[in-house]
Design a protein around this ligand. Structure first.
Ligand code: NDP
Ligand code: OXD
Length: 310
């Protein structure tokens, strides 16, 4: 009963090891680089593990992603695909994402970027915006996070449309599904929120074709994954005014390199992958509970479908 922890930062790895030791006192928990007997390892708790690392544990029962997304696990080309991947999800994560989406949708809706720019110039300009009831917001992805965010936006009063792979019935939300439903979903959307998993079908989905379908002057919020966005298409759409502003939480390379032009683009708001940054004490409790349940029953509710990619 050995758990191995592999996270990008050493201090985070140590911290998670300690939390898991406290929560699972009968288990041995090691940072990945301290493992002496790889065959004893039965669970791996990971964020973006090194290529081939999971393959070296021949008796692995499950890989636990310390997050909702599993793209960072699937990125390992040598991943042992028969090993189940457990997602770390819960009300804490959902609540945080709801707050982030509401904050940034309202920020675009109420023209805050323009108001802030005006303040910097000491300019008094009263901008009249429509009420939320006359503003159409589109949420891409209606899973744990997207459905909850869409529901909150509806409660605020927005006209909310949602898009997913399979058709959903969500009260008060106009739901579209699949490739055939994408156009209807995008046409006329004024604030687009991406909460899709990163898969081969969704990579690059925030592109020129998508932007051109939105209402001119629309805003885009990407809180999902960096590679959903075609960066050059966004810059072009911002330059032409088709897109008025964007809020980006995620990037293909994180941390976003200091030299990246997005840092200084006045039409882009950057947040450092904090939309729903897992709170470590809560996250480690969810992980420990999932490992315990999996060990006892051979399954948990939050197993991802690796073939589907999420
Ligand atoms: P879920 O797996 O619960 O939901 C995914 C949703 O996306 C589902 O509604 C699914 O449709 C839909 N979807 C998947 N593929 C397609 C497709 N090809 N076309 C249309 N819809 C599609 O994921 P979560 O809500 O838990 O998380 C979503 C993503 O958010 C994560 O994968 C992660 O990348 C990102 N994330 C970002 C965080 C941050 O801090 N920035 C924090 C946490 C997550 P269907 O319901 O039909 O299957
Ligand atoms: C996640 C994330 O996938 O934080 O949970 O991005």
């Amino acid at each position: 009963m050995t758990i191995v922890v592999s996270l990008p930062a050493e201090d985070k790895t140590e911290w998670w090891c300690q939390m898991l030791r406290d929560l699972l006192p009968d288990w041995r928990v090691y940072p990945i680089d301290k493992v002496t007997d790889p065959d004893a390892v039965t669970y791996a708790v990971v964020w973006r593990p090194a290529t081939g690392a999971m393959r070296s544990f021949r008796n692995l029962k499950a890989i636990v992603s310390v997050g909702a997304g599993i793209d960072h696990v699937l990125a390992d080309e040598q991943l042992p695909l028969h090993v189940p991947i457990i997602r770390t999800v819960g009300t804490d994560l959902t609540q945080r994402m709801k707050e982030y989406v509401a904050l940034h949708v309202l920020r675009h809706h109420r023209e805050m970027p323009r108001i802030e720019a005006n303040q910097a110039r000491q300019q008094w300009e009263q901008i009249v915006v429509p009420p939320a009831t006359q503003r159409r917001v589109g949420v891409m992805g209606l899973g744990n996070l997207g459905a909850a965010a869409a529901d909150l936006l509806k409660q605020i009063g927005f006209e909310v449309h949602g898009w997913s792979r399979s058709q959903k019935q969500l009260q008060g939300i106009k739901c579209c599904a699949g490739d055939e439903g994408l156009r209807a979903f995008l046409d006329g959307t004024e604030i687009l929120v991406c909460l899709l998993p990163l898969t081969e079908s969704t990579r690059g989905i925030l592109n020129a074709d998508t932007f051109n379908r939105l209402k001119p002057g629309a805003s885009v919020i990407n809180a999902a994954r960096g590679p959903h966005l075609v960066e050059s298409d966004l810059v072009e759409a911002l330059d032409s005014g088709q897109i008025a502003g964007a809020t980006l939480d995620v990037f293909p390379v994180e941390p976003l390199p200091r030299s990246h032009p997005f840092w200084t683009n006045p039409k882009i708001t950057i947040t450092p992958h904090v939309a729903s940054l897992i709170d470590a004490p809560t996250g480690s409790k969810i992980v420990a509970r999932n490992i315990k349940t999996f060990e006892e029953t051979g399954t948990v509710t939050d197993i991802a479908d690796a073939k589907r990619g999420y």
